[in-house]
Every structure is written in structure tokens, then in C-alpha cells.
Design a binder for this molecule. Structure first.
Ligand SMILES: Cc1cc2nc3c(=O)[nH]c(=O)nc-3n(C[C@H](O)[C@H](O)[C@H](O)COP(=O)(O)OP(=O)(O)OC[C@H]3O[C@@H](n4cnc5c(N)ncnc54)[C@H](O)[C@@H]3O)c2cc1C
Length: 405
């Protein structure tokens, strides 16, 4: 259940494999979704694989990241990679999510909007389906299902019913965003600022972004990690206001005139939620805590985990043997385990403002260093032709392996 990136991807791949698929989505699409709207090359690949390359052409394409800190600015094109394209898009989520879910419907999935899953149907510890409430008429229905994909996002009510919970020793993100009109709305770079300051010049926690949408507006937001010491006491609305006033001048944004009220949300990350699989269910996307702690990217990981879940469920259906699902945690571990562990280590380091300040000061002196960091943080490393970034990553991974859980 859930028709966001994770649920839509799972539905597309399962329906394409010939399975009977029902998507339960509690909202009606298009629906607004709080997000930075940034799609990296990894997400572009997933969308292209789902046959959505043409749809992507309708969004604003960008060629890389401009980043600034301590008075320095560097522009870094997306790194070259044999699998991933050297560009990303900024795509407003209401439209993007609708396009992906429509694609799943074209592949044969049935989609029910306004259908809220309220609880799993449990018999002898097995989940035989879900209870659904239809939001229009308040009607209820018990829907049986042989296999379930839990894709209901960061607050995952159904996941909690099934015993899934966040490991609190893992970092978590929190972010807020809004939109502003800007003459630079079609800029070919997205921008991040690593040392945001308030109107008094005092350092603020987190990093700020400006993502141009190409439609007259820019998505402006700021996010921080729970590893930051004062995380709990941070007022994100105030943070957003201060960040809007601190935006680089070239965007020519009127900080007092957002085109919509700011909204925020949580980013469950690094695979922090357990368990991710049961005898006949798999947990994907934000419900599984799949966001990349390095950059707050969750859309691609939602597509990827949804796809993996669909592949395993297809295998289970074809072989008439549900044990295929038990491989899911191990496959996730192989794909993301070490990378997320390195990212967690990094998140603890940058949670210390003084250390973060020194690291960015050092990094901003070198284009090569920052390009390497960009490749690592966007998870665009090359196994087959390792360069400086891959060697640095391998050293970090050796340290992370020694780091106790
Ligand atoms: C401020 C902010 C900025 C972000 N910026 C970026 C970014 O720029 N790039 C990026 O890659 N990631 C970004 N993310 C993360 C990204 O938004 C998420 O990782 C991504 O949306 C996860 O997809 P999902 O399908 O798992 O969950 P969701 O997108 O949350 O989708 C879940 C769906 O399930 C539905 N649902 C929920 N409960 C039920 C239920 N009980 N029954 C039926 N349906 C239900 C919801 O209506 C929703 O449509 C950002 C997050 C935040 C908060």
C-alpha cells in the first residue's frame, strides 16, 4: 500500500512481470508532496527503466551542483558513470508521482485512490491482507492479499502494526521547503549552501538548497540531521525564514514572498527501520528508512527498493514459494549496507558544527576534493574503473567496518 515512488515502482515491476497488483493510495493524485523535488542520475536511471524518459523531458534538467561555503563557490558537473546519466531533473512531486503511478496502471496494476489501509489482517501471525477505509463514503473493506508491499512512507502506520520500528541509534533527517519566484528558475545548476547563517551572521545548523524548477519558481529548503546536538530544539519554520533571507543574491528571491507556505517532514535514513521483511510482506522506501544520509535523497532509493521487492515477490509467485522474500534483508545489506554505514559515520562527524566547519573549509579549497566527495555522496562510484573518490571511499569503508554497531 502507498502510491508514492516506492509503491508505484513496486507496482510497475510486479505488474510488468504479470502479477495481479492492487495499489491502495489514501490520497487522490495529483497530490502535493513535501520534497526538494531533486532527481539524481540514479533516479533518472530508474525512471528511464520504467519507460518514463519522455516524461522526464518535460521537467527541468540540470547538469550538476553548485556549492558554496566560507565565501567560496564551486560548480561540479555530475560525474561520469557507465550506468548513470550525467544529468538530473527537478520535478515537482505532485506531477512526477502521478506519472509513475499511471505508468504502473498502464503495466496492468489496479490503482485505488482515496483508499486508506487502516490495519493489516493478521491470522496466526501471518498477514493475509489489509483492512481499508474509503475516504469518500467512509466504507470499509477487508482486502485479502498473498503478498504485501509496505510503501506508506515515513510515518508507516501499517509497518508499525507489523512490528517495524526505527533503530534510534541511527541518524534521522528533518527538512523543510517552500517555493519562490526567481528569474533564475531555469538555471542549469542546483545549489547547496553548506554554511548557512542567520540575519545576525550566526551559524545555523543544516544545509540549505535551491533547486530550480524551470517553471518560474525555485524549490528552497533546508535540512539537518539528528546527529546535530541541538536537533530536538530546532524550530524548522524559523530556520526556513532565516535561510530564505540568507539565499545567494543571484536567485533574486523575495524572502518575504514564498509562493506557498513552507512544509516539512522527516527523512528516515540508512536502513534504520527493522524488520524489513516478514513471511509475506516486504517494506520499501521511506517505510524501510531508505534515505541516503549523505544527501537526503530518498526518491531513487524508494524506486530501487520497490523494484527489488517486486522482483522477489515475482520469484515467490512463480516458484510458489514465499521463502524468496527472506532474501530481501540480505540483498539490501549487499547493495547498501556498507555504504549506509559509511554515511552514518559521516553523519556523526558533521553533527559537530566545529568539525563540519573545518571539513568544508578544507574541501572548498579543492575542486578535485569536492568532486570526489560529490561522487561518493551521490552514490555514483565506479567499481570497474576506480579513481580517487573510490580509493578514498574504500578507506572510509575500512574504518566503518571496524565501527561497532
Ligand atoms: C523536505 C523534504 C525534502 C526532500 N527532498 C528530496 C529530494 O530533493 N530528492 C529526493 O530524492 N528525496 C527527497 N526527500 C525524500 C523523499 O521525499 C522521500 O524519500 C520519498 O518520497 C519516499 O518515497 P515513498 O514512496 O517511500 O514515500 P512517500 O513519497 O511518502 O509515499 C507514500 C505514499 O503512501 C500513501 N499512504 C500513506 N499511508 C497510507 C495508508 N495507510 N494507506 C494507503 N496509502 C497510504 C501516501 O499518501 C503517499 O502517497 C525529501 C524529503 C523531505 C521531507
Amino acid at each position: 500500500m502507498g502510491g508514492g515512488p516506492a509503491g508505484a515502482s513496486a507496482a510497475y515491476w510486479a505488474a510488468s512481470a504479470g502479477l495481479d497488483v492492487l495499489v491502495l493510495e489514501r490520497k487522490h493524485f495529483p497530490r502535493p508532496k513535501t520534497c526538494g523535488d531533486g532527481l539524481t542520475p540514479r533516479a533518472v536511471k530508474q525512471l528511464t527503466d520504467m519507460g518514463l524518459a519522455k516524461t522526464l523531458n518535460g521537467y527541468h534538467r540540470f547538469k550538476g551542483l553548485r556549492t558554496s561555503a566560507h565565501g567560496q563557490t564551486l560548480s561540479m558537473p555530475w560525474p561520469k558513470h557507465s550506468i548513470y546519466p550525467p544529468y538530473g531533473y527537478v520535478a515537482v512531486r505532485s506531477s512526477l508521482d502521478q506519472a509513475v503511478l499511471s505508468r504502473a496502471a498502464e503495466a496492468g496494476a489496479e490503482v485505488r485512490f482515496g483508499a486508506e489501509a487502516t490495519s493489516p489482517l493478521l491470522t496466526d501471525g501471518l498477514c493475509g491482507g489489509v483492512a481499508v477505509r474509503y475516504r469518500e463514503d467512509g466504507g470499509n473493506e477487508d482486502i485479502p492479499a498473498r503478498y504485501l508491499v509496505i510503501a506508506d512512507g515515513a510515518n508507516s502506520r501499517i509497518g508499525r502494526f507489523l512490528g517495524c520500528s526505527r533503530d534510534r541509534s541511527f541518524p534521522q533527517g528533518m527538512a523543510i521547503r517552500t517555493y519562490f519566484a526567481s528569474p533564475l528558475h531555469a538555471d542549469p545548476w542546483i545549489e547547496s549552501v553548506l554554511d548557512v547563517r542567520d540575519r545576525n551572521g550566526d551559524s545555523l545548523p543544516g544545509y540549505g538548497w535551491v533547486f530550480p524548477l524551470g517553471d518560474g519558481t525555485v524549490n528552497v529548503g533546508i535540512g539537518l540531521l539528528s546527529t546535530y546536538k541541538g536537533f530536538r530544539s530546532v524550530n524548522t519554520s524559523w530556520l526556513m525564514k532565516e535561510w530564505a533571507h540568507a539565499l545567494p543574491g543571484h536567485w533574486e528571491v523575495d524572502p518575504e514572498a514564498p509562493v506557498s507556505p513552507p512544509t516539512g517532514g522527516r527523512l528516515p535514513m540508512a536502513g534504520s527501520i527493522q524488520p524489513k521483511a516478514g513471511p509475506n510482506f516486504l517494506v520499501v522506501g521511506d517505510a524501510a528508512g531508505s534515505v541516503n544520509p549523505f544527501n537526503g535523497e530518498g526518491i531513487d532509493y524508494a524506486y530501487e527498493t520497490g523494484r527489488l521487492a517486486a522482483e522477489l515477490i515475482s520469484e515467490a509467485v512463480i516458484c510458489d514459494d514465499g521463502t524468496a522474500l527472506s532474501h530481501y534483508p540480505e540483498l539490501l545489506e549487499t547493495e547498501y549496507g556498507l555504504y549506509f554505514k559509511v554515511a552514518r559515520l559521516f553523519s556523526y562527524l558533521i553533527g559537530r558544527p566545529a568539525l563540519m566547519g573545518e571539513l568544508t573549509r578544507l574541501g572548498m579549497r579543492s575542486q578535485v576534493l569536492m568532486e570526489g566527495a560529490f561522487r561518493i555522496m551521490a552514490n555514483l562510484m565506479r567499481e570497474e574503473e576506480p579513481g580517487a573518490a573510490e580509493y578514498v571511499y574504500r578507506s572510509l569503508a575500512r574504518v566503518a567496518k571496524l565501527w561497532p554497531e
